[in-house]
Design a protein around this ligand. Structure first.
Ligand code: FAD
Length: 391
C-alpha cells in the first residue's frame, strides 16, 4: 500500500540533536514558518547527550576561531538572544577556562603560533611557562610541561539545556518536531530530493538540512551522495566529589596523552581519546579504557590517586577526514544542505552552525562567516582544512 504524504515542509531537518535544533531555531528567527524536524529517538539523545559540554575559543584556524567567537557570545547571552528566562532555561555556562598543557617541542611551537593568530582575531589567550604554571596550579605535576595556553572565556555548559532551549524557542515560533520518527529512504529526481520516507509517512520537502551527526554517512547513502563522516567511540568517566583541586579548575588538556578533565559539580569529568578505536556505532561504556585514563590522570594530578570514579559513558564523535565540520550545500543536489562532521566540537559550534545553515538556505550564501573552507568539496579536491587543537 502506498504511504500517505504527511507533510510538505519548506525545510525538513533530519536529526534533532543540538545542531538540528539550532538550525530550526535560526531558520525560525529568519521568519520561515513551515519547518519540520524529524528525530529517530528523542531530541538531543544522540551524540549531544554524550558530550563533555566544552566550549572554547582556542582553535588554530581562522574559520574555527570565528565560529567559536560567534558561538561563545551566543552562549554568554543565551537568555537574552533567545528571550527565554533563566527559570525557563539555564544553560549553566561556567567560564573556568581551558588550559592546554604542552609537553612536546613541536606542539608547543605550534600552540605559540596559534596564540599569535588567536590574539590577532581578538581571543584573550595567555601563555604560561612551567614556573608560572606551577604557581597558578599547584595541584598539577608539571615537571615535563614546556608551557601552556589558557583562555578564561572558555568553559562548559549543559548540552541538554542548550538543545531544549533552541527547540523550545523554535516550537514557539511554529516549528514542528516529530520525535520517534526515523528517515528510512530518500528519493531523488535529477538534482533534487523530492520525497523522504519516514516511519510516519512520506514527506515532500522543498529543502532538506541533514543534521544526523555520526549517522550522516548513512543519510548520504540514502540520498546517493558520499558524506565522509565516520562514527568513533569516545568515553568519559565522572567522579565522586573531590575537593583537592580548585572548584574552578579549568578544563585541563594534556596534549601529550590526550587526557582531559574538568569540574562537573563537586566532582570531575575525565576523558581521553583511545586512538585504537575503529569506526562503529557501538556505544557500550568502554570500561577497559579506564585503567589508561586513571594512570595518565594520576601522573598529571598526583592527588587523583584518591579520586573515586562513580560512573562513565561512551558516545560517538562524528568524525570527518580532517576533523573539521562540513557546513554547506551538497554540490550534486540543489536542495540538500548538511551541518555535520564536527569531530568533537559540535556542541560548542552549534549556535554558529545553525546561523550559517539558515543563511545558506534563506540568503543563498553564508554572510556572517566565510565558510568556503568547510564545504564538502574539499575532500574531493584534497584541499583539507587543518585544525591542530583537536581534543
Ligand atoms: C564523549 C564525547 C565528548 C564530547 N565532548 C564535546 C565537547 O566537550 N564539546 C563539544 O563541542 N562537542 C563535544 N562532543 C561532540 C558533540 O557531542 C557533537 O559534535 C554534537 O553533539 C553533534 O551534534 P549533532 O546534532 O550533529 O549530532 P547528534 O546529537 O548525534 O544528533 C543527530 C541526531 O540525528 C538523529 N538521526 C540520525 N539518523 C536519523 C534518521 N535516519 N532519521 C531520524 N533521525 C536520525 C539521531 O538520532 C541523533 O539524535 C563530544 C562527543 C562525545 C561522544
Amino acid at each position: 500500500m502506498a504511504l500517505a504524504v504527511e507533510a510538505t515542509p519548506q525545510v525538513l531537518i533530519i536529526g534533532g540533536g543540538v545542531i538540528g535544533c539550532s538550525v530550526a531555531y535560526h531558520l525560525a528567527q529568519r521568519g520561515l514558518k513551515n519547518i519540520l524536524v524529524v528525530e529517530r529517538n528523542t531530541l538531543g539523545s544522540g551524540s549531544t547527550s554524550r558530550a563533555a559540554g566544552g566550549i572554547r575559543l582556542q582553535f588554530s584556524n581562522e574559520v574555527n576561531i570565528r565560529i567559536s567567537q560567534y558561538s561563545l557570545d551566543f552562549f554568554e547571552n543565551f537568555n537574552r538572544y533567545t528571550g527565554l528566562s533563566q527559570e525557563e532555561c539555564d544553560i549553566g555556562f561556567h567560564q573556568y577556562g581551558y588550559l592546554f598543557l604542552l609537553t612536546n617541542e613541536q606542539t608547543w611551537r605550534e600552540f605559540r603560533e596559534n596564540v599569535v593568530l588567536q590574539r590577532q582575531l581578538g581571543v584573550p589567550v595567555e601563555e604560561f611557562n612551567q614556573a608560572e604554571l606551577a604557581e597558578r596550579y599547584p595541584g598539577l605535576e608539571v615537571s615535563d610541561v614546556l608551557g601552556a595556553t589558557f583562555c578564561g572565556k572558555d568553559g562548559h555548559a549543559s548540552m541538554h539545556e542548550v538543545t531544549q532551549g533552541f527547540a523550545r524557542k523554535a516550537r514557539q515560533a511554529g516549528v514542528t518536531f516529530w520525535e520517534n520518527c526515523a528517515v528510512k529512504a530518500i528519493k531523488r529526481e535529477g538534482r533534487r530530493i523530492v520525497e523522504v520516507e519516514t516511519d510516519r509517512g512520506l514527506i515532500r520537502p522543498e529543502v532538506v538540512a541533514g543534521c544526523a551527526g555520526p549517522w550522516s554517512g548513512l543519510l548520504g547513502e540514502m540520498a546517493g551522495v558520499e558524506i565522509p563522516v565516520k562514527p568513533y567511540k569516545r568515553t568519559l568517566f565522572f567522579s565522586e566529589a573531590f575537593d583537592e583541586l580548585s572548584p574552578t579548575q579549568p578544563m585541563t588538556i594534556d596534549m601529550g596523552t590526550g587526557l582531559y578533565f574538568r569540574r562537573e559539580g563537586p566532582g570531575f569529568l575525565i576523558g581521553e581519546t583511545d586512538e585504537s578505536q575503529l569506526p562503529g556505532f557501538d556505544i557500550s561504556t568502554d570500561w577497559n579504557w579506564l585503567d589508561t585514563v586513571v594512570e595518565h590522570a594520576m601522573q598529571r594530578v598526583p592527588s587523583f590517586e584518591r579520586l573515586r570514579i562513580r560512573n562513565g559513558w561512551s558516545g560517538l564523535y562524528d568524525t570527518s577526514p580532517d576533523h573539521n565540520s562540513i557546513i554547506g550545500k551538497i554540490p550534486e543536489l540543489d536542495n540538500f544542505y548538511v551541518a555535520t562532521g564536527f569531530s568533537g566540537h559540535g556542541f560548542q559550534q552549534s549556535p554558529a552552525a545553525g546561523l550559517l545553515i539558515s543563511e545558506l538556505i534563506v540568503d543563498g550564501q553564508a554572510k556572517t562567516i566565510d565558510i568556503s573552507s568547510l564545504g564538502i568539496e574539499r575532500f574531493r579536491s584534497g584541499r583539507l582544512t587543518r585544525e591542530r587543537n583537536i581534543v
